[in-house]
Design a protein around this ligand. Sequence first.
Ligand code: ADP
Length: 313
Amino acid sequence: MRKVLTIGEVLVEIVATTKGNGFIEAQPLIGPFPSGAPAIFLDQLGKLGTPCAIISRVGDDDFGHVNLTRLRADGVDVSGVEIAPGESTGSAFVRYREDGSRSFVYNIRHSACGNLKPTDASEALIESCDHLHVMGTALSAPGLGEMVMDAARRMKARGGTISFDPNLRPEILNSPGLRERLEAVLAMTDLFMPSGDELFLFEPSRSETDAAEALLSRGIRTIVLKRGAGGASLFEDGLRIDATPLTVEELDPTGAGDSFGGAFLSFWLADAKPELALRYANAAGARAVTRIGPMEGTSTRAELDALLTLQKG
Ligand code: ADP
């Protein structure tokens, strides 16, 4: 089976238990929950039995170990996670506003992962994996961005494949060199997984179908467009499939896109029919939002089957 690699941040998330529009007041908090987009994505792949590994860096602290323990238990190879004594694992504090939108306080830039550099273990993984998943967030920091670009070029040179989720957060949009790195990764991408308007990032066309066709003509094999509570669509050469959203109670949308993406990639790598891959990914995204905590809603195949059966009946 092909093995998936991703490179990027591992952190914990701590969640406020009451909603509010002003600054947060003292209250019970829940967490620390394992988090970081690359980690959530791989946790979903691991739960579906797809071999996968992460290259990252954490402190030798509780926040680092809560992640390593979870990822290992769910089948993710963490041999490429460097443990840095004396440094801290990143964290994010999340508060929900009354309208359901989120406000984050991040402590990532000065975390252990901010000093991520190639190691013998990370080099060995780049040589032994068959697929690289790239996240736009990892491209925003110059050092990490170059490391990801180097891994992407090597993966393609060895005949491997690349998936790409732009995952663009407002705070990274003006990062120097980001646009060039995004374009360079897109040119190597086999599976593109944008959210909403990210579909138009590289092809500002009039319709979704026009933008998707233009992207496919650049050599991308599959595009899956995520639309949150609006479901998802898949585009391949001459093919468009729309997935209607499953009906679920949304408690926490964090991690839905990564759960969706991990599930889709698991089926895509196994050469499943596009309809099937999209159906399971749509279910993984829907199930993810029903749990508080970004990685708490990743799913096993049995959990996805149960949700799909329930919604059919
Ligand atoms: P991202 O976090 O990358 O923006 P989305 O929020 O679009 O990702 O969620 C990914 C996918 O998860 C959606 O395309 C959809 O299939 C599913 N999903 C997300 N939110 C809901 C919801 N409230 N109800 C049903 N499905 C959802």
